[in-house]
Design a protein around this ligand. Structure first.
Ligand SMILES: Cc1cc2nc3c(=O)[nH]c(=O)nc-3n(C[C@H](O)[C@H](O)[C@H](O)COP(=O)(O)O)c2cc1C
Length: 322
């Protein structure tokens, strides 16, 4: 039975501004994961990263910061930094598929060199001032790598092992290796959490029926496509048109303030949100094109107005969120 629903980190979307506004209008996630920050060599937090992490810029919800690191020293520093801000868990990114990240041996690149992953965990675990969880794929090039990776994770006490059961090259679409996830459910010594392609209450119920031993899921794109998804999972109402209209207006205003009044930049952020949110509307082909192509904030507003005025609202999102 699923007992916990977490909001996945989506860099560029679920940053502090989105988290604050979304939590005010919808909420319902048990925990929100903050998109990663990367420790610099000299162990200084960049101003924008501090702004992103500071509790006063975040909603009053359970938040888990995530670090992109490949060295024990960086992990230890990151844990102290977020502990000093009041956080109680640190999450390690072992899944980011970006080529430049992986080439540095970070993100999914950690999985390509299991001995380096092990050296980092060996150097940090035992000295960390906070519990560590890991968000990982099931392999770099192939799910055949997973048993070896699981063996490594099993040697360390993790708060949880969150698995997106794909390999790096498939990014966020393509085969989900459920066998690897099942192996983790059976053999992981740490609590396991599932992440990947869950978009609707029906899909989540199907997942829970197929994996009765799974207790926690993390949802990303599905929750941006349907901002009321977590609320519905807790027995609440679907999003109404009026509520969505107020939510997107408040989000645009908040982005505009964040960008010191530059509405063009705010509109660009809204485009990222609408990339998913459009899936909550039927017959969206033509207006989705307008939403993808607008050039100015005025054009953005016109596209959004037309969507709310003309398109039938669904109770669940539909279609591939890629
Ligand atoms: C635009 C975008 C940004 C993402 N940023 C992060 C990130 O900062 N850290 C991370 O661990 N995963 C990140 N992910 C991966 C998601 O957290 C999640 O694992 C992935 O979207 C699959 O889950 P979903 O199908 O529920 O969205 C990102 C994914 C997308 C599409």
């Amino acid at each position: 039975m699923i007992q916990r629903y977490d909001f996945a980190p989506l860099d560029g979307i679920t940053k502090a501004v989105y988290r604050r506004v979304w939590s005010r209008y919808f909420g319902g996630a048990d925990r929100l994961f903050i998109p990663y920050f990367s420790p610099a060599k000299e162990h200084l937090l960049a101003k924008r990263e501090r702004v992103e992490l500071l509790p006063e810029n975040n909603p009053d919800a359970v938040l888990v910061p995530q670090v992109m690191a490949n060295r024990a020293g960086d992990l230890l520093w990151a844990a102290e930094t977020v502990r000093d801000m009041g956080y109680t868990e640190l999450n390690l990114n072992a899944g980011c598929p970006s080529g430049t990240v992986a080439a540095k041996g970070k993100g999914a690149g950690l999985l390509a060199r299991p001995e380096a992953l092990e050296a980092m965990l060996e150097g940090a675990c035992g000295k960390l001032c906070l519990p560590l969880s890991v968000k990982a794929r099931v392999g770099f090039a192939s799910p055949d790598e997973f048993p070896r990776l699981l063996e490594i994770f099993n040697r360390y006490p993790l708060k949880s092992l969150i698995l997106h059961p794909r390999v790096r090259k498939d990014k966020y679409s393509g085969t989900l290796y459920y066998d690897a996830f099942e192996l983790a459910l059976k053999e992981s010594k740490n609590p396991v959490e599932y992440n990947g392609d869950l978009r609707t209450e029906g899909e989540i119920a199907g997942f829970a029926a197929r994996f009765p031993d799974a207790h926690a899921v993390m949802i990303g794109r599905g929750a941006v496509a349907d901002p009321a998804l977590f609320r519905k999972l807790k027995g609440g109402a679907a999003a109404s048109r009026g509520e969505l209209r107020e939510f997107t207006a408040a989000l645009f205003d908040a982005y505009t303030r964040f960008y010191d009044g530059q509405t063009g930049l705010a509109a660009r952020r809204m485009r990222e949100v609408w990339f998913y949110l459009i899936h909550l509307f039927d017959d969206n082909r033509r207006l989705n094109k307008d939403m993808r192509r607008f050039r100015t904030a005025t054009e953005y507003r016109a596209a959004e107005d037309a969507i709310f005025r003309e398109l039938p609202l669904r109770t669940d999102s539909s279609g591939d969120l890629v």
